[in-house]
Design a binder for this molecule. Structure first.
Ligand code: AMP
Ligand code: MG
Length: 419
């Protein structure tokens, strides 16, 4: 059996080779958050587009306050007041000051702003207690970006900061690859909807909620569908029903190592477009991936085919599989290059074991630069998964690692902000 394992990298490459980014679409800024730019955004005007004040204070000529001191203030008549948004064309006469607010246009002739804190705050005349050099508290036109400068490049994910940049560039809408629509179906006769009573022999379905949530966290719009029973005849119709409104399909369960209840495997095998592999990892060895619905009727989504992941049923296996394989696929659908979870290195506070020839993703608690492996590492142990905030990655060639083996492990935090 070990000889038949596919490496994680080979499997990831096969997946990414089969993914075509979604077509670009124009979305208004409010809807573009989390989407990935399919165009460059350039500055329609210089940023800022006019010289303005960086503080509340007085616009002056630096030369007029050059000799100011606490004991010998410069006294200047105040000839007006300029507020932010005031579009008047003001001119500062030599030897005078104008009250000015943050963001207000600098009057012609002024070359510095004296912060109000350096003055007596006078209305008709102001006493300036300290000199302000040329350019003090002035925000010059183009100081942030020149007109026509590229502010955001295609491939950038529109996070709040980038939304602000596009808005500052005057853009109402941007051309983006939208959030992929992901549909999640869990399979299994044992599954019961949370909120309904449990009878012995059954469990509440957690996978579909978990994977839909993980897909959202990875930038998708995710929907979960009700549980698919272990009936091979029902699996394909349940998937086909989703083709028209999914960019990616995910099932969990029914793909393990060859029981006759592996209904997902059984139902999809005859299609010939979904490949089932044993991947050199733990948990998450049994994996299926392919594209279904190519060329078929049923909407635009069905024509290009919809990528399908069949994840293993054990919740921890499903979670790890999602992070290692599905997350990069969701990013690829958006044409984004932020594919993998962020990783870092930390010190193990306890020993870990790992099967030879398979990469382990063990659940751990990361605290600063130390990580503590959890005692419950079974792939069904969802309670332990809920205590973890990191996955400890043990390479294929290691079978055990001692505690405090500094620098040998790298960690993949589970809780992360989308990059
Ligand atoms: P399977 O891959 O279908 O053989 O399932 C493997 C294990 O995962 C079994 O113990 C299942 O009961 C469990 N399992 C499968 N699907 C789910 C689910 N949606 N939620 C929680 N546990 C599940
Ligand atoms: Mg099952």
């Amino acid at each position: 059996m070990p000889g038949t394992l596919t490496s994680i990298e080979a499997y990831q490459a096969a997946i990414l080779a089969a993914i075509t980014p979604l077509g670009p679409t124009s979305l208004e800024l409010a809807a573009a958050e989390g989407c990935v730019l399919a165009e460059d955004v350039t500055a329609a005007v210089a940023l800022p587009s006019f010289d303005n004040s960086g503080m509340d204070g007085y616009a002056v000529r630096a030369a007029d306050v050059a000799g100011a001191a606490a004991g010998a203030p410069a006294a200047l008549p105040v000839t007006g007041e300029i507020a932010a948004g005031d579009i008047g064309a003001y001119r500062l006469a030599p030897g005078t000051a104008m009250r000015i607010m943050t963001g207000a246009q600098l009057p012609a002739g002024a070359d510095a702003v004296v912060p109000v804190e350096w003055t007596d705050g006078g209305a008709a005349q102001v006493a300036v207690y300290q000199p302000a050099g040329e350019g003090n508290a002035v925000r010059y036109a183009g100081g942030d970006a020149a007109e026509g400068e590229t502010l955001l490049t295609a491939g950038t994910r529109m996070r709040p900061m980038q939304i602000a940049v596009a808005a500052s560039a005057g853009r109402k809408a941007v051309t983006v690859r939208p959030r992929p629509r992901v549909v999640v179906l869990s399979t299994g006769d044992e599954l019961t909807e949370p909120g309904t009573p449990l009878v012995p022999g059954r469990i509440w379905d957690s996978n579909s909620y978990m994977i839909a949530a993980a897909a959202r966290e990875a930038g998708a719009v995710a929907y979960r569908r009700s549980v698919v029973p272990d009936d091979p005849k029902g699996v394909l119709p349940a998937l086909e029903e989703q083709l028209a409104h999914a960019d990616l399909l995910i099932t969990t369960g029914g793909v393990s190592m060859g029981g006759e209840h592996d209904v997902v495997k059984e139902a999809l095998r005859e299609l010939g477009t979904v490949t089932f592999r044993k991947v050199a990892m733990q948990p998450g060895m049994p994996q299926g991936f392919g594209v279904i619905g190519q060329g078929g009727a049923g909407g635009a989504g069905a024509k290009r085919g919809v990528p399908l992941f069949t994840l293993p049923g054990n919740p921890v296996s499903a979670y790890v599989s999602f992070q290692v394989f599905v997350r990069p696929a969701i990013a690829a659908l958006q044409g984004a290059d932020d594919l993998s979870l962020p990783s870092l290195r930390a010190r193990l506070t306890g020993p870990v074991r790992s099967p030879s020839g398979r990469r382990s993703y063990l659940r751990g608690v990361l605290d600063g630069s130390k990580v503590t492996p959890l005692s419950g590492q079974g792939s069904h142990q969802i309670a332990y998964l809920g205590r973890a905030n990191a996955l400890i990655v043990v390479p294929e060639w290691e079978t055990q690692l001692p505690a405090d083996d500094e620098g040998k492990q790298h960690l993949v935090p589970i809780h992360h902000h989308l990059g």
